[in-house]
Write a protein that binds this ligand. Structure first.
Ligand code: MLT
Length: 386
């Protein structure tokens, strides 16, 4: 098992090169290739034109013209490199080839550790160095929804990305979970990791509901809040009823139909069509969640208290983020919540639905970095890169 720093040493060019945009699934690296049936090229130091060639991306054609402009002799990359090694090192030695996710797993960066939180444990990604960001996933997902943040931000921050109890690989530890109970688990996690300094809390949807509780009951532990695609209001009666029915249904149907029905709601429809890999991964995460955790998560959310009154008392810098096409938590709702928090800003992420950290991670990461440190800028991708 390698620690984060050791793992990073094994990727010196990847992690140390601020020119690399980890927004594409495939980077190209001389001498290494992992099934590049889909890939993109990423620039290394001194290279200003990233090129994306990934059939998952809707604008692959546009980026292909970038590719041409760069004069690479790779006229039909999909046909030419269907399975294996990519040979660009001969035509351009400045390129790297990686499947980012496999690479992160292979180097232990994306391998969760089990952290004892007293009577139970959580599976947690703990990677990077610097100020801590605690990333809390939505329902019914796990830490993998933050994979692009894990790729991109571990160079500047310590990232803590737990699987909440009952989700991902963390065992369920509550008979009857509540948003507050989850917040207490997160505080116990920070204790177990000896993190005493206040953290930046970043939660998406259910992770945001938990965030209100975390900020309320552990105010000394939060220096900044990022509320993504979430709301302060509690459920309407109609939604509560629907959740109760959903909780009963999943116990007989299992998780797979839940996954199916959620996909359309979670993603911007163009991403469902054009980014099948992302959709498949999320479908698999949901399908492999225990039905009992889905049921108890629904009930816990249905019982969450309304936090709207408290918004005006939140006195730390707060960033509200929402996907332009989020159907679950609309930009209008998020904008209204944002207007009630004194020191807040709002970021609407284009081309994204309910999951901007996955759907448009370039804009998401950029907004997050600007919020965390306005002087810290990501290198901009070319205008037409995906
Ligand atoms: C989530 O993404 O966490 C859920 O969609 C939240 C909810 O069902 O209210």
């Amino acid at each position: 098992m390698f620690g984060a720093s050791a793992a990073r040493d094994r990727l010196p060019r990847l992690w140390n090169d601020s020119c690399i945009h980890l927004h594409q699934r495939w980077a190209i690296c001389k001498g290494m290739a992992f099934q590049p049936s889909k890939f993109c090229l990423l620039p290394l130091r001194g290279c200003t034109n990233p090129v994306a060639l990934d059939s998952d991306f809707p604008s692959a054609k546009t980026t292909l013209s970038n590719h041409d402009r760069m004069g690479l002799s790779c006229p039909n990359p999909y046909g030419r490199y269907p399975h294996g090694t990519l040979d660009l090192e001969t035509s351009n030695p400045d390129r790297l080839v990686f499947d980012i996710e496999k690479l992160l797993i292979a180097t232990d960066i994306m391998n969760p550790k089990k952290i004892d939180i007293g009577g139970s444990h959580l599976d947690v990604i703990d990677v990077g160095e610097g100020p801590t960001i605690l990333f809390v996933h939505g329902f019914p997902l796990d830490h993998r929804m933050w994979k692009f943040q894990i790729e991109h931000l571990a160079e500047k921050f310590r990232l803590i990305c737990p699987d909440l109890p009952g989700f991902g690989k963390s065992p369920a530890s509550h008979n009857r979970p509540t948003m507050r109970g989850f917040a207490e688990d997160l505080a116990a996690l920070l204790n177990a990791l000896n993190i005493e300094q206040p953290v930046c809390y970043c939660g998406l949807s259910m992770g945001g509901y938990i965030g209100w509780q975390f900020q309320k009951y552990f105010p000394d532990r939060v220096s900044r809040l990022i509320a993504c695609d979430t709301r302060a209001a509690s459920d309407t009666e109609q939604v509560r009823r629907a959740r109760k029915i959903a909780a009963q249904t999943v116990m007989t149907t299992g998780a797979a139909p839940v996954a199916e029905s959620m996909i359309e709601k979670l993603f911007y429809h163009r991403n469902v069509k054009h980014n099948k890999k992302m959709v498949t991964e999320v479908r698999e995460v949901i399908s492999s969640t225990q039905p009992s955790s889905i049921a108890s998560g629904q009930l816990a959310m249905s019982e969450r208290p309304d936090q709207t009154e408290r918004l005006s008392q939140i006195n730390i810098p707060t960033l509200f983020v929402v996907g332009e096409f989020d159907k679950i938590t609309t930009p209008q709702e998020v904008q209204e919540d944002s207007s009630l928090v004194p020191n807040s800003s709002l970021l609407i992420i284009p081309d994204a639905g309910h999951l901007p950290p996955l759907e448009n991670h370039i804009e998401f990461n950029r907004g997050l970095l600007e919020f965390l440190n306005p002087s810290m800028h990501l290198p901009l991708p070319p205008e037409n890169a995906t």
